[in-house]
Design a protein around this ligand. Structure first.
Ligand SMILES: Nc1ncnc2c1ncn2[C@@H]1O[C@H](COP(=O)(O)OP(=O)(O)O)[C@@H](O)[C@H]1O
Ligand SMILES: [Mg+2]
Length: 439
């Protein structure tokens, strides 16, 4: 009796110890306990899983098999062993799984006739077979496929990362892989940020404002929802347009600024502002648009001209802004072609794409374009309970699930006020422009 109690106590203590280890130090728990168990089970189940997910091929092999022979007079079937060719299911060769921060990855050799796409298609079945959150398939080189498994959704809770101190580069959240999610305007100059209401678009804009506020850049806002979103940040904004008329004027100002910078670069023999000597290099301008559709929606016919001007100016900024240090970050619930031809052309210029939770598949398709279909599936699967989660494409042609850091309006307002003294004055920036062409 004593012995049994002692054993039970020891077991309970071990379980509690393991639980505490996992709770307080999940990273080492995963490496020492979780991963080896997972690796063994993945290897052991590979044949069954590959068969179930349709990733095997039939191959002819020489094999000893039993074949039915003559029926003896007793009625028993005599069997004989024979060496003969039979068709067997072969599974793709699997290397040893390797641990990653949130799961494991493993390299496979594709079988003849298979493409990485076959594995990407089977990703969901693989994830269910192994009981993991998600599997992503990629192909580092022909004939090889890497399966990347994440055990649990790492984006349920994301912790803050240190701010980036590079110009025009902001760490706004975390990627599913655990790496930082950065928006770098010098690599990807223009961004589309789409999502339904309450999906986290403004939160991301807040994160950008907090990140850019301490940097020597001019921030310009377009907020046609009456300025409710951006007015609190006005201490750090060099210019803010809250009505249609203001936005037309400001956009034409931006175009004039761009043309002026073009002249400056031409004179100096530079292809873009970054090739100019630092002394005469103009201040970069980041343009934040809160609700893109508002710029295009017509309340009545009288606005037609203004909208046409807006659309042309915005498109010109997008086409030429990159070289002259003017960058766009456009947020919107919908960025469909029904808003006008201008939007389609603008979309083509924005290589950075962020798709938060969306209500309709079209918006996901419009935002993410013809990325991997799995990205669209992923975008549509974003839950309402995790605002700030988005599918991100841009920097390297790959797509990622990511989540922005939670940045409240108060935090962004605080940053705007703290760094108000760094705000370049719009009058100064546009001082030497020719007469405004806003006739
Ligand atoms: N990354 C995030 N982490 C946690 N909560 C978030 C995050 N992003 C947004 N939220 C929450 O979701 C709510 C809606 O976000 P918001 O950015 O205002 O959405 P949208 O502008 O798309 O309507 C916010 O009030 C905030 O509480
Ligand atoms: Mg919003």
């Amino acid at each position: 009796m004593r012995d049994a109690l002692e054993v039970l106590a020891a077991l309970a203590a071990t379980a509690a110890g393991l639980w505490a280890w996992r709770r307080w130090h999940p990273a080492t728990f995963w490496l020492v306990i979780g991963f080896p168990l997972a690796a063994v089970s993945v290897r052991a189940s590979w044949r069954r899983v590959a068969l179930g997910c349709g990733l095997t091929k039939k191959r002819q092999r020489w094999w000893f098999t039993t074949v039915p022979g003559a029926i003896a007079s007793t009625g028993l079937v005599k069997v004989r062993r024979r060496f003969q060719r039979v068709a067997v299911d072969t599974k793709p060769f699997m290397w040893l799984p390797l641990p990653t921060q949130h799961g494991w990855r493993v390299t496979l050799h594709t079988l003849e006739g298979q493409t990485p796409g076959d594995y990407a298609e089977a990703a969901e079945s693989l994830a269910h077979s192994w009981g993991v959150h998600a599997i992503r398939a990629s192909s580092p080189r022909p004939g090889r496929v890497v399966l990347q498994a994440t055990i649990r959704d790492p984006l349920v809770k994301v912790d803050q990362l240190p701010a980036s101190d590079e110009l025009l580069k902001v760490t706004v959240g975390r990627l599913e892989t655990g790496r930082p999610w950065t928006i770098d305007f010098r690599t990807v100059p223009h961004w589309l940020n789409a999502g339904a209401t309450q999906s986290g678009k403004s939160n991301l804009a807040n994160a950008l404002i907090v990140g850019l506020a301490p940097q020597p850049v001019a921030l310009v806002g377009f907020d046609l929802k009456g300025g409710v979103e951006f007015t609190p940040y006005s201490p750090r904004l060099s210019a803010l347009a809250t009505s249609r008329t203001e936005s037309v004027a400001l956009l034409e100002n931006l175009v004039a600024l761009m043309i002026d910078r073009m002249g400056l670069c031409r004179q100096a023999g530079a292809r873009n502002v970054w090739q100019l000597p630092p002394g005469i290099r103009p201040t970069p301008v980041v343009v934040l648009v809160d609700e893109l559709a508002e710029l295009y929606l017509m309340a009545d016919k009288s606005e037609k001209d203004e909208i046409a001007k807006t659309s042309t100016a915005l498109l010109r900024v997008a086409q030429l802004g990159r070289a002259f240090g003017i960058y766009l970050f456009c947020c919107g619930q919908r960025i469909g072609s029904d808003l006008g031809l201008g939007v389609t052309a603008l979309r083509a210029q924005c290589s950075g794409r962020i798709c938060h939770r969306v209500n309709d598949p079209e918006t996901a398709t419009m935002t993410l374009g013809d990325l991997d279909p799995a990205a669209l599936v992923s975008a549509r699967a974003i839950a309402a309970e995790t605002p700030g989660v988005a599918i991100v494409a841009g920097q390297d042609g790959q797509w990622y699930r990511a989540r922005s850091f939670y940045v409240t309006e108060q935090a962004a307002e605080h940053a705007a006020r703290t760094h108000a003294h760094l705000t370049p004055s719009w009058d100064e920036i546009t001082a030497h422009l020719p007469d405004p062409i806003t006739a």
